[in-house]
Design a binder for this molecule. Structure first.
Ligand code: FAD
Length: 446
């Protein structure tokens, strides 16, 4: 009797999961395993979301005749233990890109006496490393040529869930203490799990995606998919998302382009795992040490309403609109000239969708140390506010101290008549925008 292990990582689903599918197809019995690894930090928002994902995955596996087996500790040690206890012949795992995931994969492959199968196109739509520039090199560092290759690369057809799973008698530790980390989750956190993810995807495909090209930057309209936490934890498959969205409308094509950005960052991190910490393109920055300004930024009290709205959306929902991520990140790294690592750390602590590839490399992109071909551009938060929140509704939703100011005037509370300004419990600006911009540009030219 052949027994395999399906080691779940960032692929917490039964539908379109080539890792699970192959494990079931190639053995009589499968151990569907998830290891809670203390080396991987799970702050409260991600812990709460993960707990829902694991509960849902367990339910889905039980419907198929199996169950989720949970262990705590080092995944490779736990896999080795199960191999010895149950005569396992094969281990299946999905490929992933961080330095930690790549080392884990290498350690699994070094276990003697078992076949270790690493599955691509589970966590990304295109396998990192499968697309390389014509002129040579192991990865793309510019998005447009990557997109061209990505769009013409063949994609696979999504797989159904396995029809049945038989598991051996295996002890399982509970996973309910996954959310016992310090602190409480955000009050308006999204719900995890494959079922929720699939329902969101169906709603998205049935309508809103068609208006995505026009609506994706509309801060108040909130017209993006909000699929990012599901793509991060793998409760949705990027291959299936692309397949279901199709390419019929302009919105669908623009949406596909964003998923290409996701793959682009993943292939960069796969090739250069150290860019999780180190500049992709070092510029010799001498970042400012500005603890009070950094604290004001984190807490959403910089005195710039559009920046503060974004930062408070993060604290309230564990998620932030992409346009607000760009505005707040540019404000920190350029206007305040504070190290992108400080911002990335705060986002990782709070974002429910935080992942090393998308977070660190988007931070580097905005800071100008990454793949942006215009690294010295500085976003003006006021101009951004007038363009992407012309009604001011986004700001009023997240900064209640300002909800008495109608229309776009909410973006410039300092222009109110003095008595009204004085009546506000809202701080003055932490920095003059022109001074901040000049300081950044001078540092770049020094
Ligand atoms: P949609 O607009 O509906 O896009 C669909 C999907 O495309 C997203 O779910 C996401 O998987 C992908 N996508 C969209 N934009 C990008 C992008 N710029 N880069 C890579 N993938 C993208 N995204 C994360 O998933 N995790 C992060 O930790 C993260 N950190 C970020 C930090 C900064 C400073 C910035 C500027 C962006 C960051 N992003 C991150 C990218 C983007 O902001 C989010 O993916 C997006 O806001 C998620 O919302 P959505 O699912 O509604 O996106």
């Amino acid at each position: 009797m052949r027994t395999s292990i399906a080691l779940f990582t960032r692929d917490l689903r039964v539908s379109d999961n080539p890792m699970l599918y192959a494990a079931v197809a190639g053995a009589d019995r499968v151990v569907p395993l998830f290891v809670l690894d203390p080396k991987l930090p799970t702050p409260p928002n991600r812990a709460a979301f993960l707990l829902r994902c694991l509960t849902d995955l367990d339910d889905a596996l039980r419907d198929l005749g199996g169950a989720l087996i949970v262990r705590h500790g080092d995944p490779v040690t736990e896999v080795s233990r199960l191999i010895a206890e149950h005569g396992v012949s094969d281990v299946h795992v999905s490929a992933d890109v961080s330095g930690y995931a790549q080392r884990r994969q290498g350690r699994l492959e070094a276990i003697p006496g078992v076949g270790v199968h690493v599955h691509e196109t589970v966590t990304t739509a295109a396998a990192p490393g499968s697309l390389t520039p014509t002129g040579g090199g192991d990865h793309f560092s510019v998005f447009t040529p990557y997109l061209r290759r990505w769009q013409t690369a063949a994609s696979r057809i999504p797989l159904p869930p396995p029809s049945r799973i038989t598991i051996p008698e295996v002890e399982s530790a509970g996973f309910h203490d996954v959310a016992s980390g310090e602190g409480l989750p955000a009050p308006e956190l999204a719900e995890g799990g494959e079922r929720t993810g699939r329902a969101l995807l169906s709603e998205w495909v049935d309508g809103p995606v068609a208006g995505y090209a026009d609506g994706r930057d509309d801060l108040a309209g909130d017209r993006t998919s909000r699929l990012s936490p599901h793509l991060h934890f793998g409760t949705l498959s990027p291959v299936e998302v692309l397949y279901r969205v199709g390419r019929d409308s302009q919105g669908a094509r623009e949406f596909g382009r964003q998923l290409a950005w996701r793959d682009f960052h993943h292939q960069m991190l796969a090739a250069r795992p150290r860019t999780a910490r180190e500049d992709y393109r070092p510029r010799g920055d001498r970042w400012r040490d500005a603890p009070e300004e950094l604290a004001a930024w984190r807490e959403g009290r910089t005195g710039y309403p559009i920046v503060d709205a974004g930062m408070r959306q993060l604290l309230r929902e564990g998620w932030m609109h992409n346009r607000a991520r760009m505005i707040t990140a540019s404000f920190l790294t350029k206007t305040l000239y504070v190290d992108w690592r400080e911002g990335a750390r705060h986002f990782q602590q709070h974002l429910v969708d935080a992942d090393v590839a998308n977070n660190q490399l988007n931070w580097q992109w905005v800071a100008g140390t990454g793949a942006d071909t215009r690294p010295n551009r500085v976003l003006n938060p006021l101009r951004q506010a007038m363009r992407y929140d012309p009604s001011g509704d986004y700001v009023r939703r997240y900064v209640p101290e300002l909800d008495c100011i109608p229309g776009a005037a909410v973006h410039e509370p300092w222009n109110l008549p003095v008595p009204e300004r004085r009546a506000l419990t809202y701080p003055g600006p932490v920095v003059d925008l022109a001074d901040g911009r000049q300081r950044f540009l001078s540092a770049r030219n020094a």
